[in-house]
Design a protein around this ligand. Structure first.
Ligand code: UT7
Length: 321
């Protein structure tokens, strides 16, 4: 039987941290106290003009390939989860492929599931690998959300940041990904969206992120609790065997609530929301790479990932690393 295992991780954050006080100095009508108390966010990173999702993704991808001990030529599938692609087309994944110098024998495409994009991309790659059609996938979450923020809307612009995270997922005889669950309910799309598009050479509608924060918050707490229980049941493992919880990093209060519902102490939770903000599809692989590189997450341990975002789309994965 073929399983899919994480062989290496990588990540990249552009530029210097931008603190809440820096945002106040830039003229945003907010305070460090409000943002910290409501969200746990103290800082985030923003890409310089001209730096795009594929640039961040490429750096994260190179790190993940190095950590996996393979080379670009060994990659036969690239999936990039992003809601802020470089272009309408081609996919950001093909730009990463070009940057890595891979010319052939490698499929490349993007997945769009907003903040749950990395979980969707991982689930997709896992199925390619388990089917035997592909052996080594780069799965990347990369975002430049700073490009779609309305700086006059303090209820959203303080929440998000830019970054990228990547994993190499490869075929193995031993189980890595043990269970995955994906869900979506598109009836909620006006609660978190960028309701614009390009037509006739112009932006039609609104090009900025709009969110009904309280609706998202309430839905997220319930949906994440359910989906994490679902993957633990699907995997058929005891809850106590989970070593690390690596959640989507949107709001520390949502993360604390999820951990509490699962009976996981916060010492077992990887939290980067304080220093990264919400980097959408990049947040889970960024947090994962941080905890792998600082030695918290080690081979042989068991982790649970979860994410939720626009759509709404949500999901979780239980993985032995
Ligand atoms: O990644 C996708 C998933 N996204 C999420 O998970 C986000 C989920 N939602 C949230 O995290 C929270 O709902 C927010 C952090 C977005 C907002 O927190 P909240 O506790 O729901 O605040 P609120 O929207 O109810 O606003 C409370 C007050 C309002 O003032 P009044 O009407 O009570 O006078 C807002 O105007 O806070 C005000 N406010 C701010 N004040 C200072 C809103 N944004 C700010 C701000 N600085 N940046």
């Amino acid at each position: 039987m073929i399983f899919a295992r994480i062989a290496g991780t990588g990540s990249h954050l552009p530029g210097e941290p931008v603190t809440n006080d820096d945002l106040v100095r830039r003229g945003i009508d907010t305070s460090d106290e409000w943002v910290t108390v409501r969200t746990g966010i103290r800082a985030r990173h923003f890409a310089a003009p001209g730096t795009n999702s594929s640039d961040l993704a490429l750096i994260a991808a190179r790190q993940a390939i190095e950590a996996a001990g393979c080379s670009s030529a060994d990659i036969d599938l690239i999936i990039v989860a992003t809601s802020t692609p470089d272009f309408i087309f081609p996919s950001t994944a093909t730009l990463v492929q070009a940057g890595l110098g891979i010319r052939n024998n490698c499929a490349a495409f993007d997945v769009q599931a907003v903040c749950c994009g990395f979980v969707y991309a991982l689930a997709t790659a896992e199925k390619f690998i388990r089917s035997g059609s592909h052996r080594r996938a780069l799965v990347i979450g990369a975002e430049v959300f700073s490009r779609i923020l309305d700086w006059t809307d303090r209820s959203t612009c303080v929440l998000f940041g830019d970054g990228a995270g990547a994993v190499v997922l490869e075929a193995s005889d031993e189980p890595g990904v043990r269970a995955m669950a994906l869900h979506a309910d598109g009836s909620h799309h006006p609660d978190l969206w960028v309701p614009g598009n390009v037509a006739g050479g112009q932006v039609m509608g609104d090009p900025f992120l709009r969110m009904n924060g309280q609706t998202v918050f309430k839905f997220a707490v319930k949906a994440l609790d359910e989906v994490m229980r679902e993957v633990i049941n699907l995997a058929g493992v005891p809850q106590e065997s989970i070593d690390w919880f690596v959640p989507h990093q949107a709001n520390i209060r949502i993360i604390q609530s999820s951990a509490k519902h699962l009976g996981l102490p916060m010492e077992k939770v990887v939290t980067t929301v304080g220093i990264h903000g919400n980097t959408s599809a990049a947040s889970i692989p960024l947090a994962l790479d941080c905890a792998v590189r600082d030695g918290r997450i080690r081979p042989g341990q068991r982790i649970v990932l979860e994410g939720i975002g626009g759509g709404f789309a949500w999901g979780a994965a239980l993985i032995d690393v």
